[in-house]
Design a protein around this ligand. Structure first.
Ligand SMILES: Nc1ncnc2c1ncn2[C@@H]1O[C@H](COP(=O)(O)OP(=O)(O)O)[C@@H](O)[C@H]1O
Ligand SMILES: [Mg+2]
Length: 234
């Protein structure tokens, strides 16, 4: 579904990603792991079209999407939930969800059906449709961020540290939902620091360090590897 070929990205003169190649098949759940400043966020921002590539290609569903605009990329179903969630705090839960469907304005029926699916997944959001999003708890805001992304009909959903700053019970709830969404066919690319939990719902993973991929493998293989054990104990 997604193929990244020898991707290099710079901030000014400094390279942040160096010749990254990776592949994600339809229906897979894939973890992208690595210490702080490894380049994980940079990779997601590049896939979303927010940062420009220096070299390399990004192929999504057999189509070259390298350096398309963020809007074009979202319309194709490659959707990114940024670190820190970025919901609209002064808007209601309902309006935040509607904004997630901004690329599909003409599909009234589809949007309505989608909204019902989001409420089924996150009943808490349904109970709070009229509430201002900024007054939700951190866990509820992350649910809203995921719900809003689902309103854009993702084919591949990318999440940047969804567990950051959340209480443990919310983290577990959110990961249970992500697992359910993946089992229903949604392809996932997850950047996370909660490594064992993430690998428990991922099929495979990649380890990034200093802008380079240094290891890849099945979740069970990674959990046993010395590099991942070191990272967990950091
Ligand atoms: N806006 C920016 N301008 C310049 N350098 C940046 C910027 N954002 C990140 N970097 C640098 O790029 C590298 C990778 O950062 P990042 O992708 O945020 O890593 P991670 O998400 O793995 O913590 C780091 O060395 C970081 O300092
Ligand atoms: Mg980051």
């Amino acid at each position: 579904m997604l193929k990244i070929k020898k991707l290099t990205v710079h901030y000014g003169p400094l390279p942040a990603l160096k010749e990254i190649s990776l592949e994600i098949a339809r229906g897979e759940s894939v973890a992208l792991l690595g210490p702080n400043r490894a380049g994980k966020t940079t990779l997601l921002l590049t896939l979303s079209g927010i940062l420009e590539t220096t070299e390399g290609r990004i192929i999504f569903q057999e189509e070259d999407i390298t350096n398309l605009t963020p809007h074009q990329i979202v319309s194709k179903g490659l959707i990114h939930i940024p670190q820190g969630r970025h919901i609209f705090p002064t808007l209601s839960v309902y309006d935040n969800l509607q904004l997630g469907a901004y690329t599909r304005k003409k599909e009234k029926e589809g949007i309505k059906k989608n909204l019902e699916e989001v409420f089924l997944l996150f009943p808490r959001l349904m109970e709070r449709t009229g509430q201002r999003a900024g007054t939700l708890s951190g866990g509820e805001q992350q649910m809203l961020a995921i719900g809003r992304a689902m309103m854009g009909k993702p084919k591949l959903l990318m999440l940047d540290e969804p567990s950051l700053g959340l209480a443990p019970r919310f983290i577990e709830e959110i990961f249970a939902c992500l697992k359910k969404m993946n089992q229903k066919g949604l392809t996932l690319l997850m950047v996370e620091q909660e490594i064992p939990l993430t690998l428990s719902i991922a099929h495979r993973g990649y380890l990034l360090r200093n802008g380079r991929l240094i290891k890849e493998g099945s979740s069970s293989l990674l959990l046993e590897s010395k590099e991942i054990k070191e990272l967990i104990n950091l």
